[in-house]
Design a binder for this molecule. Structure first.
Ligand code: NAI
Ligand code: MG
Length: 355
């Protein structure tokens, strides 16, 4: 029997509520199929931990995580802790040190989910966001604080190697799935140094995929196109900041953050990859069992896919689609009255029907 070792980090706010549902799904799958099992360890590295220990994870946190096959992550963020702490002391160290340089964000409209805009077809595209460098760098500083001369510098780090490995991953996906065009999100007309290197690096990868067209689009125009004709996009490659914004925009087009998963991938598999929803800890609704667990459960499907179990991933996706389509177990964000655990239970029931 194959055993997958999972590190589970529920985090803060709605994180534990939705992760609980994701783990129900994972358990239901492993009970139904005797060829594998999941062995999970829950690590309470969250804001509560920070308030006690003045750090987000133990000193050897990364070497603990390194031994797992995958990391299943909820969300972090708590009003009692400065906003940058959970991000820079937990999420960023994992993404950067484990070279999870691909942040895959599927933007997929499920049948039956209404978009706030009138697209001419179902919306279904992938954002490949650079996840290890770019605008989210801690290189920089501030001077003359508290005076009228105060200044801040924040450097963007773009490397040829960093862009090429991300672009290669996206083009390989496009090739495998028959996608004919990759859209490159850029702003090289205004950000002339880093974004020109970005464009050149994307082009150098594109040269090895002559059957796929690459279309450079300025980020501002691209934001407009995503609202005007989202159904025409298949694959977008974007820098860390641009990809973050575009994928939240995309999430809004296909039913909101409650339906938007993501994968932080280390394609070489030298380190575990991490799977989490796009959304945060949502302190405004936490503790009420009103959060939608689908983004978290969908992230488990991405994890199964990464672990080589596309068969299980598609069982999960089918169960999600059925629950969304039936509309009887939807949380308030999708217009229903179901509680978080009821949506989770309904998805588990649909998994039982298939297994
Ligand atoms: P957020 O994603 O937590 O919430 C934005 C809005 O969407 C809120 O109104 C929330 O109620 C709603 N929402 C989010 N997830 C939902 C779900 N599953 N079901 C129903 N409604 C949902 O973003 P916000 O408010 O900007 O940040 C809250 C905290 O989360 C902050 O501390 C922030 O730093 C942190 N954060 C953490 C992330 C992570 O752990 N990767 C990512 C984004 C934010
Ligand atoms: Mg974001």
């Amino acid at each position: 029997m194959k055993t997958y070792h999972l590190a589970v980090l529920p985090g803060d706010g709605i994180g534990p509520e939705v992760v609980n549902e994701g783990m129900k799904v994972v358990q239901a799958l492993s009970e139904a199929d005797s060829s594998f099992q999941f062995e999970s360890t829950t690590l309470e590295w969250n804001s509560e931990y920070y308030l006690k220990h003045n750090r987000m994870m133990p000193e050897n946190g990364l070497s603990i995580l390194e031994n797992y096959d995958a990391i299943y992550f909820g969300a972090v963020g708590d009003p009692r802790v400065p906003e940058h702490i959970p991000i820079w002391e937990l999420i960023m160290p994992i993404r950067k040190n484990f070279h999870q340089y691909v942040n895959l964000r599927p933007i997929k409209q499920l049948p039956g989910v209404k978009s706030p805009i009138h697209a001419k077809g179902l919306i279904d595209f992938y954002v490949y966001r650079e996840n290890a460098e770019g605008e989210y760098s801690n290189s920089g500083g501030r001077l003359y604080q508290g005076t009228s001369d105060e200044l801040a510098i924040q450097n963007t780090v773009i490397t040829k190697k960093g862009v090429e490995r991300l672009a290669r991953y996206a083009f390989e996906y496009a090739e495998k799935t028959g996608v004919k065009k990759v859209v490159n999100a850029t702003k090289s007309n205004a950000i002339i140094h880093s974004m020109n290197l970005w464009d050149e690096s994307v082009k150098s990868v594109a040269a090895s995929f002559p059957e796929i067209e690459v279309e450079d689009t300025y980020i501002d125009a691209l934001a407009a196109h995503l609202v005007q004709r989202p159904e025409t996009f298949d694959v977008i490659v974007a820098s860390n900041l641009f990809g973050d914004i575009l994928s939240d925009l995309g999430a809004a087009l296909v039913g909101g953050l409650g339906l938007s998963p993501s994968a932080n991938l280390n394609p070489e598999r030298n380190y575990p990859s991490m799977f989490e929803p796009i959304h945060g800890s949502a302190p405004d609704i936490s503790g009420k069992q009103t959060a939608n667990p689908i983004a978290q459960i969908w992230s488990a499907a991405l994890m199964l896919e990464h672990l080589g179990r596309e068969d299980l991933a598609s069982i999960v996706m089918k169960a999600i689609e059925n629950v969304v389509n039936e509309k009887t177990a939807l949380t308030p964000d999708l217009g229903g009255t179901a509680r978080t655990f009821e949506t989770g239970d309904a998805i588990v029931q649909h998994i039982h029907k298939q297994t």
